[in-house]
Write a protein that binds this ligand. Structure first.
Ligand SMILES: *[C@@H]1O[C@H](CO)[C@@H](O)[C@H](O)[C@H]1NC(C)=O
Length: 406
């Protein structure tokens, strides 16, 4: 009896510890606190599993990536059909409505998935793409760009440019109107979408039809200021979402330097140690100025660098971090002005929240039409969590925008 009791106590304690580890306190602003907490508990248990794999000597992240890349199960009665192809060497999946007529020409989006340039695939975002095509009669090309750390910057961005250029050139073959093609991406994919839009304004691409829209869903747009109010606020372990400042800065470094990502300590970036006088007085600094944010989002702002700047660090990161293909927010006026009409979606519980506000400001200053939709109380990545009502709502709103603008 005594043994059973001891076992009972041990089990209860273990359960309590587990519950504590999986629990995320939700702030009162949370839109769907119960669903959000449930999703985060699931996410945290996966991250726990990844750490366990690390502990037994396997590469947890790598194993997790393989698990995530399993083929999606498609309902045979789905009204959306897809085919896998290769555009100039880049793998893509092309979606369209099953009942598209033989002579029916549709608008199209080229989509770049999120996952910190490290995770994700056309498979991981397959259910989301099908949702979009069910709601909006269009063709979607989901691009399987190569991932970091194996393929560092600029490979992922160049893959996206290659696939988009191919599609713009061959749209007729896909029963798509070349004048009605846009780009879309979530998170790291939003970074790639903005980078592609800007790149295609360049002199090498004058023969191509112009992109009609860009849809940027909680995009990562700049690796300049890691002390923006959102980065400061959404750091550490109590973030009511799956992305915190630490993880985001690690993603940026894997994208920039591939397997050499440890050459820079991500905490140095979060502390603003790369922000020398030269950086702080640059024109790029004015693009990430906190004064562009609504007053109530400025709370938690700690002025720029609070430590002695490290010139070695700043010199090392400069060529990549200030490259607009890497940080599209930092592009020159001409590139910003050449951007297509934009739908900008931001989420509140997200270190990338401010990037979207800063970009909206720059685009509007350059007379680019922007529809900015800020979802309060929602977390980064929520569009892919179908148990959230706001996920359905956001997909509907984006499709309404596409009805008007694409
Ligand atoms: C400055 O940054 C470089 C590159 O990240 C690093 O190797 C060095 O240790 C840093 N120096 C100080 C004093 O933090």
């Amino acid at each position: 009896m005594g043994k059973l009791k001891t076992l009972g106590v041990i089990l209860s304690v273990a359960l309590a510890v587990l519950a504590y580890c999986l629990y995320t306190p939700m702030p009162p602003e949370a839109e769907e606190p119960f669903q959000q907490m449930k999703f985060l508990a699931k996410f945290k248990s996966i991250m726990g599993f990844v750490s366990l794999l690390d502990m037994v000597g396997l590469d947890g992240m790598d194993t997790f990536r393989k698990l995530r890349s399993t083929k999606p199960v498609v309902d045979p009665s789905d009204t959306v059909t897809s085919v896998d192809e290769t555009f100039d060497g880049v793998d893509v999946r092309v979606y369209r409505p099953k009942d598209q007529g033989k002579d029916e020409i549709l608008p199209a989006l080229v989509f770049f998935h999120g996952g910190g340039w490290v995770f994700g695939s056309r498979d991981s975002h397959d259910p989301l793409m099908r949702r979009f095509v069910r709601k909006k009669r269009m063709v979607v090309v989901s691009v399987e760009y190569r991932l970091a750390p194996e393929f560092r910057f600029p490979v992922p961005a160049e893959d996206c440019i290659t696939a988009t250029r191919y599609f713009l050139r061959h749209s007729k073959k896909y029963q798509v109107d070349p004048k009605r093609i846009g780009v879309m991406g979530d998170s790291a994919g939003g970074n790639l979408a903005a980078a592609v839009s800007q790149a295609l304004t360049g002199p090498d691409f004058t023969d191509l039809p112009k992109l009609k829209v860009q849809v940027l869903i909680y995009p990562a747009l700049q690796a300049f200021q890691f002390r923006s109010p959102a980065y400061v606020k959404y750091a550490g372990s109590s973030v009511p979402g799956l992305l915190n400042a630490e993880r985001m800065s690690e993603f940026w470094l894997r994208y920039a330097y591939g397997h050499d990502y440890l050459k820079v300590n991500h905490l140095d970036l979060l502390a603003g140690k790369h922000l020398t006088e030269e950086w702080l007085n640059s024109k790029e600094a004015s693009y990430v100025d906190v004064k562009h944010l609504p007053q109530k989002l400025r709370e938690g702002y700690a002025t720029s660098a609070n430590s002695v700047p490290n010139v070695t660090l700043s010199t090392f990161v400069k060529p990549v971090f200030l490259n607009p293909l890497f940080s599209p927010l930092l592009a020159d006026d001409e590139k910003i002005r050449g951007s297509p009409s934009t739908y900008m979606l931001t989420a509140e519980f997200d270190p990338l929240r401010d990037d979207g506000f800063y970009m909206t400001k720059r685009l509007r200053e350059m007379n680019v039409a922007v529809e900015h939709r800020h979802f309060t109380g929602m977390d980064h990545g929520y569009l892919s969590v179908f148990s959230y009502q706001n996920s359905v709502k956001a997909v509907t709103e984006i499709c309404n925008y596409l009805d008007k603008s694409l």
